[in-house]
Design a protein around this ligand. Sequence first.
Ligand SMILES: NC(=O)c1ccc[n+]([C@@H]2O[C@H](COP(=O)([O-])OP(=O)(O)OC[C@H]3O[C@@H](n4cnc5c(N)ncnc54)[C@H](O)[C@@H]3O)[C@@H](O)[C@H]2O)c1
Length: 293
Amino acid sequence: MKDFKEKVALITGAGSGIGRALAVELADSGCSLALVDWNADSLAETKLLLEKKNVAVSTHAFDISNREKVSNLPNQVMSHHNQIDMVFNNAGLSIVGSVKEVDEGDWNFGLDILLNSVIQMTTVFLPLLEKRPEAAIINTSSIFGLFSVPKQSIYNVGKFGVKAFTESLALEMEVSDSPVEVYCVFPGHIGTNIYSSAKFKSFEADDAGAAIFGANAATKEEAGINFKHNAPTSPEHAAKVILKNIKKKNKRILIGIDAHFYDLMSRLFPRNFLKIIWILPFVRGLFKFGKKS
Ligand SMILES: NC(=O)c1ccc[n+]([C@@H]2O[C@H](COP(=O)([O-])OP(=O)(O)OC[C@H]3O[C@@H](n4cnc5c(N)ncnc54)[C@H](O)[C@@H]3O)[C@@H](O)[C@H]2O)c1
């Protein structure tokens, strides 16, 4: 996609972190917005940030795992904006717990948000996107969609699923000469609220997910704060990277020097990958060196 001026983008998870930063960045480029989040207050805060940007903004506060609400969304977006050019399936959350700790309810809750909503959202918007001269679907996976860690099996399955679904869709769009470009985003550690809003079945200071992200702490509250503040990449920088890559048509978008590092290491050492965690203090020093805001 060459530029975002006079386009309309839908962003899920627009009330915080990367979703909010994408909204601000796109509005600055002249793109109108349909913003979705289940947190109505934080969604309203994002809308306030966009007040003087001279673009149309609609807000849609609901849980993206609600199938009926997602089915009704294309009509709502069309009645506000008359067109839709980009869908950012960005919303997500983490569930921390071992396979023995999580139950069927946790699996359904997690996968409905992380994976099934992405599939449904893509499916309901695809016919509208295909009517546009150029359009894009941008699905957010994670570096945890490239390799697995303990106590994140639901998140891992969801994010590996997003990667698989997105790659399959991308191939289908390419062979059918569709105007719809399909992107998969793999953020590394980005300084957002995602670890604070995680659903914890149990908390241990040395959980691998926490260790990788420099969030080691005595309590989960402190870990959430550390996660946000120790990140090598800000959400604003993440949004810039995503949009820059869409303009360049780079379909696989890794964000942050850490994401590139883990991507490489997980390919080189697929079985012993987690053992490299011992060098993390050194590696984290390197990532901070590459920090951008
Ligand atoms: N921050 C990171 O380090 C990181 C790393 C890899 C991947 N990601 C992914 O990036 C995406 C954005 O996350 P973030 O880091 O900005 O987190 P964040 O917690 O700051 O923002 C996520 C937003 O999604 C919303 N949301 C969650 N579940 C929802 C639901 N069921 N319905 C509607 N809204 C919902 C939340 O209310 C929140 O506003 C997520 O998909 C996340 O998994 C983040």
